[in-house]
Design a protein around this ligand. Structure first.
Ligand code: S3P
Ligand code: PEP
Length: 414
């Protein structure tokens, strides 16, 4: 039986990095296979509000950048639910100069931003919160940033560092960021790789100390890989149904750390084959548990594993995911409470969760407007008829066609 090929849309993280840098670049960048979802549309709309041009055709977005040293259009910048917008755009705006009112949904307002605000203030920007907290909404006033050295608290998100690094070439002097307790390191490596594609270099003379020199981004042709975090759902679905599924464009050459999720599927007993440009997973007859795994570097995929863990033959402990409590939802609590409602024994701690084998019962899954909760439990639903999501549409943040694609691949497996 040959593998069925899954249709996985472009990477949100790569799309939004390329959009941000292209908007700062000289010339016109062509972005091929961009993710078209709420998470990238909101990001592109925010860039247009800042004065960039983003022409959106079916498989190609064309971005006309303002070039270094050009002030962005002052005004309101709406970030919707997009953490990458709230963390990548303020440094860019501060570096270019102007007066900007940043805001987002209640879900985004609840996510930590003060480490980045502290760093921007230390670099000379004025940031005035206009809400109750220390994050969104806030007004940012800047005449451009001169550079220098700043210590950035990086234990809750890597996105603050990615945002500062991407703005680095716009500063008039070198920028050095010291990032203690850095989480989600693969996303910083992705940032550095995408910046290099646009002609900017980041030095890391000692681990955790990053330096970017002034310079100009140059336009490029950028092909967006399929989203590795999204691929985790269709590949996990292969693992729980015994089918064989492949994803083209996601192999060892990928820039995405979440491609390593297939190593976890191997631990579960799935057969994984990968070359430079494709990964294929065939599910085992029985999922194999009895292990602990640190998923801190790939925390977006810990929910995919947690949701199918009850189907394994022994307990599975997932560690290193404390920062996932601060994302679209408290993801440890969301996973745990929903598994408990399915009758699955679960234990949790500040940064870990342990799931024991069970025969899950059908329940109403509370998605908490978190696309990854919805998609993770949809995979479990392939083995638990009657599992219902209270908000199936929330997948639109990263995969509007998710439910149709899962049905196309696994319709006969429910
Ligand atoms: O930089 C990025 O594109 C992302 C970084 C990660 O966030 P944290 O760095 O906050 O873990 C990840 O959860 C998010 O989906 C995308
Ligand atoms: C946390 C996520 O996205 P963002 O930080 O871009 O909101 C995610 O996609 O799981």
């Amino acid at each position: 039986m040959s593998a069925i090929r899954a249709r996985v849309p472009g990477s949100k993280s790569l799309t939004n990095r390329a959009l941000a840098i292209a908007a700062m670049a000289d010339g016109v960048t062509e972005l091929d296979n961009p993710l078209v979802s709420d998470g990238t549309t909101a990001f592109a709309d925010a860039l247009v509000a800042l004065g960039a041009s983003v022409e959106r055709h079916a498989q190609r977005w064309t971005v006309t950048g303002s070039g270094a040293g050009t002030r962005l259009r002052s005004g309101r910048v709406w970030c919707e639910d997009a953490g990458t917008a709230a963390r990548f755009l303020p440094p860019m705006a501060a570096a270019a100069g102007g007066v900007f009112d940043f805001d987002g949904t209640d879900q985004l307002r609840a996510r930590p931003l003060h480490p980045l605000i502290d760093a921007l203030r230390a670099l000379g920007a004025t940031v005035e919160p206009s809400g109750d907290g220390e994050g969104l909404p806030f007004r940012l006033v800047s005449d451009g940033l001169t550079g220098g050295e700043v210590v950035l608290a990086s234990g809750t998100s890597s996105q603050y560092l990615s945002g500062l690094l991407m703005a680095g070439p716009l500063l008039s002097n070198p920028l050095t960021v010291v990032a203690p307790e850095l989480v989600s390191r693969p996303y910083v490596d992705m940032t550095i790789a995408v910046m290099a594609r646009f002609g900017a270099q980041v030095a890391e003379a000692i681990p955790g100390r990053f330096t970017v020199r002034p310079g100009r981004y140059t336009r490029t042709q950028f092909l967006v890989e399929p989203d590795a975090s999204t691929a985790s759902y269709v590949l996990a679905a292969a693992a729980v149904t015994g089918k064989e599924v492949s994803v083209d464009g996601l192999g060892s050459a990928s820039l995405q750390g979440d491609r390593r999720f297939v190593d976890v599927l191997s631990q579960l007993g799935a057969k994984v084959t990968a070359d430079r440009d494709r990964v294929t997973v065939r599910g085992p007859r029985q999922l194999r548990g009895g292990f602990a795994v640190d998923m801190g570097p790939i925390s977006d995929t810990f929910m995919t594993l947690a949701a199918i863990a009850p189907l394994a033959d022994a307990p599975i402990r997932i560690t290193g995911v404390g920062h996932a409590r601060l994302k679209e939802s408290d993801r440890i609590d969301a996973i745990a409470q929903n598994l408990v409602s399915c009758g699955v024994p679960v234990r949790t701690g500040a940064d870990w969760i342990e799931i024991s084998p069970a025969d899950p019962s059908a329940a109403l899954i509370r998605c908490r407007r978190d696309h990854r909760i919805a998609m993770s439990f949809s995979v479990l639903g392939l083995r638990v008829p009657g599992l219902v999501l209270d908000d199936p549409a929330c997948v639109s943040k990263t995969f509007p066609g998710f439910h149709d694609e899962l049905a196309r691949l696994f319709a006969g497996d429910r």
